[in-house]
Design a protein around this ligand. Structure first.
Ligand code: SF4
Ligand code: SF4
Length: 450
């Protein structure tokens, strides 16, 4: 049930739209990440870093509590492999170790039919996968348009489809064993009290070497024999092919299929189920199970702190990012009118999904004003840097400096005030200019104008 709910979720996440934006779209070409109604831009490095760290810490925490619960229960690789491709294989070719039955499995048509079905599933999954990275509208154009109209898009879809087919048809759990680094970290994240899939050695050994379909107990053997009848169903059913009776191994993805297989066998031989079950090393050794351990407490505390920082940063982002920069070249110009012009630059990031007009004003001293249009239009998700000439009366400066405020107002009541220190001539330079003017009025006047 969890697996099929997750398959539905994986498909729906990039397709369902809220406010015209997909729930999840990692739009790399446009450099915008839409995640659950929030848009992240390349400037949101801190937010994205916090998000990634929180996701990793949550996985570490769950691993400390329940082992590789992510791998066995929620990883798309396991979910699609064990609940879509493997059942299809069993349907067309029969279960491993069992006689083929039915016309499809015995007539030889099963193998080609399986390939066609795998190809179809891979094609659909490739589109679902790409919908996380390419907007659905663009993907629809790729689907309905001729390949010659979009050779690059067509090539990408074919490449991803071939990758899916290779992965689920051939490579399979090698991804977990060879390509995924998570299993190798497992041992450092677990402790004696972590709940993982375990074989009850005390109950199972010594094995009786009886097949599952043979009725036990045999009189006289019952007292000495363990519950494991060595039918190897737990090994046969294991996707990574390990024998859980040898203890927890790096290759175990925690899928619990050996639990189901062994429980079926135990029911058949009329023994209690749970010979293989979720348990901890401590519990299996007869120790008291401890839920609260340092790492199990520390992880959520750090996650909680990071969540607070994330929420605070997010709440302060608003609909736009505003930055005031100094312009290139000389810091100020004394105009013929006597005013002092600071050539600033205004960098605006429109974080919304609509075109937005931002009204720009300057305040902080009498007579201060903008030397350009006071409205800036920015496309959705785009960054625009525009010149922002600011004019101040010469008398406003103290020691060549004057604090002003750039006020930017936008949609949804957005208002941001950015303090900025405008530069101008100091009393010292005025005095020097007067001196120079006395000596050579023509030359100093020209210089000041420059
Ligand atoms: S399925 Fe159970 S009984 Fe059969 S070999 Fe595995 S542990 Fe033993
Ligand atoms: S040992 Fe059991 S839980 Fe681990 S991968 Fe194999 S079947 Fe899954």
């Amino acid at each position: 049930m969890v697996a099929y709910a997750l398959i539905a979720l994986f498909v729906l996440l990039p397709l369902v739209r809220v406010g015209g934006v997909p729930l999840v779209l990692l739009d790399i070409p446009a450099r915008r990440f839409h995640i659950f109604g929030q848009t992240f831009l390349p400037t949101d490095t801190l937010l994205l870093a916090l998000l990634v760290v929180m996701v990793f810490l949550t996985v570490f925490w769950l691993t400390a509590l329940f082992g590789r619960v992510w791998c066995g229960w929620a990883c798309p690789q396991t979910v699609y492999m064990e609940f879509l491709f493997r059942p299809l294989e069993r349907f067309f070719e029969g279960a491993p170790g069992r006689k083929p039955k039915g016309w499809i499995q015995t007539s030889g048509i099963g193998k080609p039919l399986k390939f066609v079905t795998y190809l179809t599933c891979s094609l659909v999954l490739a589109h679902v996968f790409l919908a996380y990275f390419v907007s659905w509208d663009l993907l629809r154009q790729w689907v309905i348009g001729a390949p010659s109209e979009h050779p690059l898009g067509f090539g990408v879809v074919m490449l991803v489809t071939a990758g899916m087919l290779f992965n689920f048809g051939y490579f399979r759990e090698q991804v977990c064993l060879v390509a995924c680094p998570y299993g190798r970290f497992q041992s450092v994240m677990l402790d004696r009290h972590s709940i993982t899939v375990r074989y009850d050695r005390a109950r199972g050994e010594p094995r009786t070497a009886k097949r599952a379909d043979v009725q036990l107990p045999v009189v006289g053997v019952e007292a000495a024999a363990g519950d494991c009848i060595d039918c190897r169903m737990c090994v046969t059913t294991c996707p990574t092919g390990i024998d859980i009776r040898n203890g927890l191994q790096m290759e175990c993805v925690g899928c619990a299929q050996c639990i189901d297989a062994c429980d079926t066998v135990m029911s058949k031989v009329k023994r209690p189920t749970g010979l293989i079950r979720y348990s901890s090393l401590a519990a299996m050794s007869g120790e008291r199970f401890r839920v609260l351990r340092p790492r199990v407490v520390l992880y959520p505390v750090v996650i909680l702190l990071l969540s607070g920082l994330f929420a605070f940063t997010l709440a302060n982002t608003g609909v736009a990012d505003v930055t005031v920069l100094r312009g290139p070249g000389q810091p100020f110009t004394v105009m013929p009118s006597g005013d002092v012009e600071n050539n600033l630059r205004l960098k605006l990031v429109n974080r919304t999904t609509k075109i937005a007009d931002f009204e720009v004003k300057v305040e902080g001293v009498d007579g201060v004003r903008l030397g350009a249009e006071g409205v800036v239009r920015v496309d959705p998700g785009q960054t625009l840097t525009s010149p922002l000439p600011v004019l101040l009366p010469r008398s406003a400066f103290e020691h060549g400096r004057k604090q002003i405020r750039i006020v930017v107002r936008g949609p949804e009541g957005f208002e941001r005030r950015v303090a900025h220190v405008a530069l101008g001539p100091s009393e010292h330079s005025d005095h020097r200019n007067k001196e120079e003017h006395r000596k050579d009025p023509g030359e100093s006047g020209e210089e000041e104008h420059k």
